[in-house]
Design a protein around this ligand. Sequence first.
Ligand SMILES: Nc1ncnc2c1ncn2[C@@H]1O[C@H](COP(=O)(O)OP(=O)(O)O)[C@@H](O)[C@H]1O
Ligand SMILES: [Mg+2]
Length: 233
Amino acid sequence: MDSSVAVVARLRGAALRYGTAADVLSDVDLTIAAGSFQFLIGPSGAGKTSLLRLLGLAHRPSAGSVVLFGRDVAALSTEQRDRLRRRIGFIYQDLRLIDELSVLDNAALPLRLAGVEDAKATGHARMLLAWLGLGELVEVSPSRLSMGQRQLVAAARAVVCRPGLLLADEPTSYLDPDLAARLMRLFRELTKVGTGVLLATHSRELVARHPAPVLRIAAGRLAPPVAAKPMAA
Ligand SMILES: Nc1ncnc2c1ncn2[C@@H]1O[C@H](COP(=O)(O)OP(=O)(O)O)[C@@H](O)[C@H]1O
Ligand SMILES: [Mg+2]
């Protein structure tokens, strides 16, 4: 193994099924290096969200292994899983903001849960929200915002702790291309401080505008990496 590149997540032969139904993910091999950025693309129902959930410790694999930050997750206690989960940022496809809290409190929540002192937590969240163009909206409820604005709040909450692994599930689906580009810039900045990013999308336009390695999933299986072009004879 190349020890010069830290690996934040590795799946080997991983499968996932919900209840007793058939596998929705089969035989998935995947490595996410620290500081890397990869797209995960595939049609609706292909298993993108399920794969992110598996990486985000929402489910245990029904076969194979999931190793996060060097720990095999099968062997972890509940407390150890919770601790590991705090190193993961997740942008949910359905956002999951808390309407009873202000935009600022939503974004600052992970820092508060991590025990960061209040002024520091809100100061950091405020800066991030301002950078995302939401500086005037920090005191309102997310229910007052457009879907695009809500998506930015969900992104702010996911990155506010500088996670080691960021799992972004269709994070630009409500954003126009300019705002999507701004969010992509934020993700690039995170990779510079070591975050491994996996971004699920079905937007060909996003991938075309932001060249990066692409993992393709169909019917719960990752396609083998595209072979390099054959050398000219
Ligand atoms: N909670 C669940 N219970 C049962 N089946 C599910 C659940 N979530 C997703 N599925 C099924 O798993 C498959 C993959 O879904 P999903 O991971 O959401 O795909 P994608 O994100 O690519 O659209 C689909 O067939 C879907 O119906
Ligand atoms: Mg999905």
